[in-house]
Write a protein that binds this ligand. Sequence first.
Ligand SMILES: [Zn+2]
Length: 437
Amino acid sequence: MSKKVFYFYNPDVGNFHYGPGHPMKPHRLSVIHSLVLNYNLHKKMQIYRPYRASAHDMCRFHSDEYIEFLQRVTPQNIQGYTKYLSHFNVGDDCPVFEGLFDFCSMYTGASLEGATKLNHKCCDIAINWSGGLHHAKKFEASGFCYVNDIVIAILELLKYYARVLYIDIDVHHGDGVQEAFYLTDRVMTVSFHKYGSYFFPGTGDMYEIGADSGRYYSVNVPLKEGIDDQSYFQVFKPVIQYVMEFFQPTAIVLQCGADSLDNDRLGCFSLSTKGHGECVKFVRDLNVPLLAVGGGGYTLRNVARCWTYETSLLVNEPISSELPYTEYLEYFAPDFQLHPEVLTRQENANSKQYLEAITRHVYDNLKMIEHSPSVQMQDVPGDLMPDSEDRAAAMDDNADPDVRINQLDEDRRIEPPNEFYNGDEDQDRPETEQSLP
Ligand SMILES: [Zn+2]
């Protein structure tokens, strides 16, 4: 069954630079978009130039003082902000670069508009590969993430959907999203990630399960290095099945971090693009309104392949494994294939027994939801705004969603399929260093 898919892409988002040598390269977004167009996938979905999030939108989750800082600081005036840099965790991993706030505004606006379109049943699936910055915290930047577009999109979805499921397949723990919804039973966060040996961000233990009304609503699947397709799916499938059974989400946000692929510059898993895509396909087939976002992914050519392939899965259109001609074709030498060979640098340290034990642990915790008095399974009527007692980390939100939708409809325009944007020659380097995400 084909679904209605909206794809949100701002052609400027690929032109930002975190700085020389920084592993996060927004340029990957231009490469993906070019592949999507040259595979003709734009004919299977509607492409929108998304809304740009305002400081007000961002302050629905983040503190006013932090967002004001992001708006004001520039590489030129950074000297005047030295005392704030460590306070907001900005400087090293999360550098101040030219256009930082514009970048945040673009990727956050795209996730927010995706949520709005899902709220109004305009589409079944919304895609924003520029989003998925899951580490950003209410008061500070973290792990290359400044504004948490996922949290802001989920807060929007909660206006219309009673229970939102968040699934995170990035190699890093989805700590910012988990923290935001740790106390609520309206959002279940499920993160599959490498855990242990001080791997960033250091959280995501299987015993982090949520608190207060949110007890049992945070699910963590800590994995060891080298996990392959078969082992990953062995745990992914039953965990998501149990979650569906016990939580019965009415909307899903899927963070498709591609640093869980084999041969990632910062990651340590051994997933193939097909294995990673299998998770996306599995979630697609749950037939629940879906917002798919990007995330990590630091070997540029592999991220581009992965999210292009996953776009094809979401629109349900098979594509050739021979890459089409694009201005970036040289990145994909020597094979020019959509599915690169898995090199498996790492031994799979996850035994069958270990994976079974984690799956069992998740099941035992989810079972507790049945006995929890706080759970409410009735649907929220259409236009409900979050009430003041909403335990989701909702900040004050007085925006009338209908007003903004009208503005959005005015701003919206469909991207012509031949609109290309040349990025720079900023190539990702071979995997040499292991650092933070
Ligand atoms: Zn990551």
